[in-house]
Design a protein around this ligand. Structure first.
Ligand code: FAD
Ligand code: FES
Length: 277
């Protein structure tokens, strides 16, 4: 059982941040790692990125969007309550080396996952520019937190309510035109966003890392649920990733696999609170 030390609604009714007491995970967690947790004995196991870790305090931070049954159940838990089980840290840590200028792009809830990666790049001495985007200003996350260690934080909103009007790729395109010496781009967010970032950087020959949100079950490389095609080869996002070369990922297949269980997910969500009480 893992105790919730702190809980807050970052975006009321939509996005929740939780700080969990998990000393063993906090001590081992590196940027790029994730956990798999269960809220209910009969429920599914869901992966969530470790958005931050504090080894001294023995805590990890998760930030999640309420989209279905498990995230809705998780959001109902209060400070002081316990999560049934939290397993991790899982996945390969971000490859962090000093390369110079790095741009970390985050979309929606992906900004939280990108936060830990950007922090890692700053800690190894890279000059980090964060590019964050959301539909509108009230849906932006972690702008202030990123500002503490990033060289600059560029914001794009679809409605122009903050930063440049448009997509993160619009802000990224402008930035790369001014800084052609950017050595690496990292993108975390919805699949269409990560694909668009990879297509933007491909002709520029800039190394681009994406963090894939494939459906996971065991998180151990045994069930095959998270398989993705990268460079024509089958890889398992849970043990080989979740970060991969964005220029080599088969995004069509990833997008198709993410919708494989939509009817069952809808049925389960519709049932929440009625079937399980
Ligand atoms: C390595 C990894 C790290 C992740 N980190 C985070 C995170 O930090 N914060 C966060 O909010 N989410 C994160 N996700 C996505 C998160 O796991 C899903 O949102 C969650 O499993 C949904 O569970 P649910 O039961 O609430 O909804 P479900 O009923 O399972 O799904 C509801 C809706 O969400 C979509 N969905 C389900 N699983 C995923 C997925 N893996 N990616 C994208 N869409 C999905 C479904 O197609 C459906 O439309 C991560 C996924 C992976 C693989
Ligand atoms: S989640 Fe089972 S193999 Fe990756």
């Amino acid at each position: 059982m893992t105790r919730i030390v702190h809980r807050r609604d970052i975006i009321p009714g939509q996005t929740v941040e939780m700080v969990l007491h998990a000393p063993a995970i906090a001590a081992a967690a590196r940027p790029g790692h994730f956990v798999i947790l269960r809220v209910h004995p009969m429920g599914e196991r869901i992966p969530l990125t470790i958005a931050d870790a504090d080894a001294a305090a023995g805590t990890i931070t998760i930030v999640f969007l309420v989209v279905g049954t498990t995230t809705a159940r998780l959001a109902q838990l209060s400070e002081g309550e316990e999560i049934l089980d939290v397993c991790g840290p899982l996945g390969q840590a971000t490859h962090l080396v000093r390369v110079g200028k790095v741009v970390c792009v985050g979309g929606g809830t992906g900004i939280a996952a990108m936060h830990h990666i950007a922090k890692g790049h700053a800690q190894v001495g890279n000059q980090v520019t964060a590019v964050i985007g959301a539909r509108s200003a009230d849906l932006l996350l972690f702008e202030e937190e990123l500002g503490r260690f990033c060289h600059e934080v560029l914001v794009a909103t679809n409605d122009g309510s903050r930063g440049v009007r448009g997509l993160v790729t619009d802000a990224l395109r402008r930035h790369l035109a001014i800084h052609p010496d950017v050595a690496e781009v990292v993108a975390v967010g919805p699949v269409p966003m990560m694909r668009a970032v990879a297509e933007l950087t491909r002709p520029l020959g800039i190394k681009t890392v994406v963090s894939l949100n494939s459906i996971m079950v065991d998180g151990m490389g045994m069930c095959g649920a998270c398989r993705v095609r990268v460079g024509g080869e089958i890889r398992f996002a849970c043990v080989d990733g979740p970060e991969f070369d964005g220029h080599a990922v088969d995004f069509d297949e990833l997008a198709a696999r993410l919708t494989a269980f939509v009817p069952q997910e809808r049925q389960s969500y519709g049932c929440l609170g009625v079937c399980h009480g």
